[in-house]
Design a protein around this ligand. Structure first.
Ligand code: HEM
Length: 186
C-alpha cells in the first residue's frame, strides 16, 4: 500500500512557479531603491519527519531565485523549508539568505482561508521572540539588523501571490524592506 502524505495547505505549493511582476523596495544610504524583478521558486515535496516521537511534520523544500529586470542579474537567492503540523494547524517557514541571516517564522492556518481551491498562509518572526526568531551574524546585528519578518502567501488554482515585509535597522534608521510578486505554476 502506498502511503499518501498529507501536506495540508502546503500541497498546492509543490511544483515550479514563475512570475515577472515583482517589486522590491530596499534600503540604500539616505534613500530607497525600487527594483522590479522576476523570479522562479521551486517547491519539492520531502515527505515527513517525527520529532521526539510525538510531533509529526510534513515538509517541502524550496529554492527561490530572484533577478533584476534592469540587468537580469540574480540579486536575491533564498532557500528553506515550509513545514505543516496537521494536529496543531501550525505552519512553519524556516529559511536562510546568504547575507548571514536565518529565520524561523510560524503561524496558524485559518481553516476558512484554506478551503477548496484557495489557501492563505501567514507567518511572522521577531528578533528575540521565544518561538519564532531571527539569527544574524555579528556584522548584520550591528549594521543591517533584521527586527521582524512577516509574510503572507495566497494560492488560488495555479496562481501564487505573496507580500512580505522585512523590518530593518540600517544606515541609522528604521526601514520597511518589502517584496511582492504574483506567480503562475508551470
Ligand atoms: C524577493 C526577495 C528580496 C529581494 C529581491 C531583496 C533585495 C534586496 C536589495 C536590492 C537590497 C539592497 C542591498 C543590495 O542591493 O544588495 C536588500 C537588502 C537587504 N535585504 Fe533583501 N531582498 C529580498 C528579501 C529579503 C528577505 C526575505 C530578507 C530577510 C528576512 C532580506 C534581508 C535584507 C537585509 C538584511 C538587507 C540589508 C543589507 C544591505 O542593504 O546592505 N531581504 N535586499
Amino acid at each position: 500500500m502506498i502511503d499518501i502524505i498529507d501536506y495540508g495547505p502546503l500541497q498546492k505549493l509543490i511544483g515550479t512557479w514563475t512570475g515577472d511582476k515583482g517589486l522590491d523596495i530596499a534600503p540604500e544610504p539616505g534613500g530607497t531603491e525600487k527594483n522590479p524583478y522576476y523570479e522562479t521558486i521551486v517547491f519539492t515535496a520531502c515527505e515527513d519527519v517525527e520529532n521526539a516521537e510525538s510531533e509529526l511534520l510534513t515538509f517541502l523544500h524550496y529554492r527561490q531565485i530572484v533577478q533584476r529586470k534592469s540587468n537580469n542579474k540574480i540579486f536575491h537567492d533564498q532557500t528553506g523549508y515550509w513545514m505543516w503540523n496537521s494536529n496543531t494547524k501550525t505552519v512553519m517557514h524556516s529559511f536562510t539568505i546568504p547575507r548571514g541571516v536565518a529565520i524561523l517564522a510560524g503561524g496558524l492556518v485559518n481553516e476558512k482561508l484554506s478551503e477548496n481551491s484557495e489557501v492563505t498562509l501567514e507567518v511572522n518572526a521577531k528578533v528575540n521572540d521565544k518561538n519564532w526568531g531571527i539569527i544574524q551574524s555579528p556584522f548584520m546585528q550591528k549594521n543591517a539588523k533584521t527586527i521582524a519578518f512577516s509574510q503572507k502567501l495566497h494560492i488560488r488554482n495555479n496562481q501564487l501571490s505573496y507580500t512580505q515585509t522585512t523590518s530593518l535597522e540600517i544606515y541609522g534608521r528604521s526601514f520597511e524592506h518589502t517584496d511582492n510578486n504574483s506567480l503562475i505554476k508551470e
